[in-house]
Design a protein around this ligand. Structure first.
Ligand code: NAP
Length: 308
């Protein structure tokens, strides 16, 4: 346990904010943690869970004297939070965020940031389909990547400090420019979620297959999409609105590839289907080899465990 900061302020205390709070406590990384969230209910719950030391609905109050400020709110709320906290930031403080889109967060927050602070946006590539302060856990970031998208000319010392913080939480850290981050995430995260929302919606709209049949036989594949499609609607609305260009680009490539697959099925082109399904199977293997999933069949679910 080595303290890295006198005071950390967490703005937003849902799945991500509360996981960070728990990890800070577990590793003894801060002298004190100030927690701020907009609703009285969430703040009360954070206090009941003993996630921090100071609790307030005022983000301006939370950031006072903080050496590290972490904003963990839906990306569409970034500008408003930045405007609220900016006049109260301590000179020399590191200000970061965890938002799933980066160019938009930079555009929303950077204009508000005073020259006296180090603004280093970030995105931990870790999460679940659950939200709120109860959903967090200290190990969420272990073995996962955290992408930092520092502004050009960002202070090396501040970058090192933030990198070290995420590494202590168990993450591997990489730097990228915001536009590249948004393209990468459009394919690895945003498109899969949109496809999942779409397929679950399609099943819900079907008239010739009943809803009870969809649910009863879901273990044949559908179930795996429903986990993604159960993700927080506010968060995903904001991601779609704030990474619009990269998502539309990936969606149009996806549609073209889908049309080609459709043609192969229509014309009975078994070789084409077999080659494609062989190529994609290798990707699954690479993900397991990279430690980003487990080798167990069915994502490690226990066959009789109905909770999974
Ligand atoms: P969450 O569990 O829904 O928590 C959201 C937090 O933001 C709560 O404290 C909530 O406050 C606050 N909030 C909601 N709307 C707000 C608004 N308009 N203005 C100010 N505060 C607001 O969300 P999360 O999953 O932790 O996600 C937080 C951020 O992390 C998002 O930017 C998301 O893109 C990013 N992220 C999420 C994941 C994931 O898998 N979930 C992974 C990586 C990154 P109240 O409850 O008090 O209203």
């Amino acid at each position: 346990m080595t303290q890295q900061f006198e005071r950390v302020a967490l703005i937003g205390i849902g799945l991500i904010g509360s996981s960070i709070a728990r990890a800070i406590k577990l590793h003894g990384l801060a002298g004190s943690v100030a927690i701020s969230t907009r609703s009285a209910e969430t703040l009360k719950r954070a206090e009941e869970l003993k996630l921090g030391d100071v609790y307030t609905q005022s983000s301006a109050q939370a950031v006072q004297d903080a050496d590290l400020v972490i904003v963990s709110v839906p990306v569409g709320a970034s500008a408003a939070v930045a405007a609220d906290i900016a006049p109260h930031l301590k000179p020399g403080a590191i200000v970061t965020d965890v938002g799933s889109t980066k160019a938009s967060v930079v555009a929303q927050m950077a204009p508000h940031m005073p020259d006296t602070v180090h603004f280093i946006p970030g995105h931990p590539i870790a999460g679940t389909e659950y939200s709120g302060p109860d959903a967090g856990f200290a190990d969420l970031f272990r073995g996962r990547w955290c992408i930092l998208t520092p502004m050009p000319g960002a202070d090396e010392g501040a970058k090192q400090t933030l990198r070290h913080f995420w590494e202590t939480l168990g993450s591997m850290v990489e730097e990228m420019d915001p536009a590249h981050h948004d393209k990468v995430l459009a394919i690895v995260s945003h498109l899969p979620h949109i496809i999942a929302y779409n397929i679950v919606g399609t099943a819900d709209d079907l008239e010739t297959v009943t809803e009870s049949e969809v649910i009863k036989y879901s273990a044949s594949g559908f179930r795996d999409f429903t986990r993604l499609a159960a993700s927080d609607p506010t968060m995903w609305r904001d991601i779609c609105l704030h990474n619009k260009d990269a998502i539309l680009e990936m969606l149009s490539r996806f549609s073209e590839d889908l049309a080609s697959l459709q043609r192969a099925i229509r014309w009975g082109d078994g070789d084409k289907l077999f080659d494609m399904f062989t190529r994609t199977r290798a990707i699954r293997r690479s993900i397991i080899d990279a430690g980003q999933d487990v080798e167990l069949p069915d994502f490690g679910r226990h066959v009789n465990d109905t909770k999974n």
